[in-house]
Design a protein around this ligand. Structure first.
Ligand SMILES: *Cc1c(COP(=O)(O)O)cnc(C)c1O
Length: 398
């Protein structure tokens, strides 16, 4: 089995890590172990599996060979010790909160964090005495100012959704570790092909597998990847009983996606660079956010250190604000008006009325999400076709 070998590049790991040909018949594609439970050879073996003194599967909520292949694949890609696949990205987020935060604990998070990841803390975990402060984590001074003696977790999304602000993972890891806290990074926006937070000191990485990792807009799923096995064991014990486990068929579908992850991410990134350049020169556009267009030298150096590419998400504000944004969304033909991201098809959406509508307007503006901001998740179509579509939509505005 090809595994966590440092000499293998992401493109190779995507295809091979965690997946040996099946031992029974040599099937090259991973078998789907669509079973809820696993038979024991003897009473003694059953007891030993429960006691953890013998390896082997028991019950699919607590582990399954197809799910394990995906976990090993993603652990290798992130350079982690182990992974846990979950039924959705939010199941990964809530399992993390549930395990790492208790009564009286405080969390510092990125203000522009994926809406529900913030909302569930402010609305639900707060009922159990969990406190939180949300700041621009791209500014380390803001993180320091938000810190309290009872801060247990620093949770960063970089680049941030949808403003694409970049946070220094290594600096956050140093700060969190010096103050007895853990650093978690939501790496959904870049995928392990472009950013590996564990290598910069993060303790755990989360993904909505729904996005780039699966990449085909046909599965909802999540994953947690850990730098060290001890933390994996802690979250695993909670996930098994909390129940947000992935399903074997879901894992098998995602394994089809991981094979082409590196190819898709690079193609989408090339397309995004072309569209970002076009947008930044268009008279109807007020400003464009795309890590590839960053002009601040310190941020450029950070991007070069931490990311191996700008990714394929673009945020931009039209001169005509919200009304112009609406007309653009209705004016494009090839780009699909839908939330989500990271699929092979280009999606366009309006965060203030869609993905971030649950936030208060004040919190949205605090996170840089203006009323007219439009987000593009650029896909793998032909760049010229995408440019023509966007041009048609924008030319109608000036
Ligand atoms: C979509 C998303 C999530 C949530 O994942 P689901 O699979 O929808 O539950 C979390 N973080 C980011 C950055 C996302 O884009």
């Amino acid at each position: 089995m090809v595994d966590r070998r440092d000499d293998l590049n992401p493109d190779t790991l995507c295809i091979h890590a965690g997946q040996a040909p099946d031992s029974e018949f040599g099937a090259v594609a991973p078998p789907i172990y669509q079973t809820s439970t696993f038979a024991f050879d003897s009473a003694e073996q059953g007891a030993a599996r429960f006691a953890g003194t013998q390896p082997g599967y028991i019950y699919t909520r607590m582990g399954n060979p197809t799910i394990r292949m995906l976990e090993d694949n993603l652990a290798a890609l992130e350079g982690g010790a182990a992974a846990l696949a979950t039924s959705s990205g939010m199941a990964a987020v809530s399992t993390m909160y549930f395990t790492l935060l208790g009564q009286g604990d405080h969390l510092v998070g990125s203000a522009g964090m994926y809406g529900p990841s913030r909302l569930i803390v402010e609305r639900d975990f707060s009922r159990f005495g969990v406190k939180s402060t949300w700041v621009d984590t791209g500014d380390l001074e803001a993180v320091k100012a938000a810190w309290r003696p009872d801060t247990k977790l620093l949770y960063v999304e970089t680049p941030t959704n949808p403003t694409l602000a970049v946070t220094d993972i290594a600096a956050c890891a140093r700060w969190a570790h010096a103050h007895g806290a853990l650093l978690a990074v939501d790496n959904t926006f870049l995928s392990p092909v472009l950013q590996q937070p564990l290598k910069h000191g993060a303790d755990l990485v989360l993904h909505s597998v729904t996005k780039f990792i699966n990449g085909h807009a046909d599965v909802v799923g999540g994953v947690l990847v850990f730098r060290e096995e001890a933390l994996w064991k802690r979250l695993r014990a909670v996930l098994f009983y909390l129940g947000g486990t992935m399903d074997p068929h879901q894992a098998w579908l995602v394994l089809r996606g991981t094979k082409t992850l590196a190819l898709r991410v690079r193609k989408a990134q090339e397309n995004a660079a072309a569209l970002a350049g076009f947008l930044s020169n268009h008279p109807a556009v007020e400003w464009v956010r795309f890590p590839g267009l960053e002009t601040d030298p310190a941020k450029r150096a950070l991007i070069a250190r931490q990311m191996s590419g700008p990714g394929s998400l673009i945020a931009f504000e039209l001169k005509g604000g919200l009304e112009a944004g609406r007309r653009l969304l209705d004016g494009v033909k090839l780009m699909t008006l839908a939330v989500s991201l990271g699929g092979v098809e280009t999606l366009i959406q309006h965060p203030a009325s869609m993905t971030h509508a649950a936030m208060t307007r004040e919190n949205r503006l605090g996170a840089g999400i203006t009323d007219g901001l439009v987000r593009l998740s650029v896909g793998c179509e032909d760049a010229a076709d995408l440019l023509a579509d966007l041009k048609r939509g924008l030319d109608g505005l000036v």
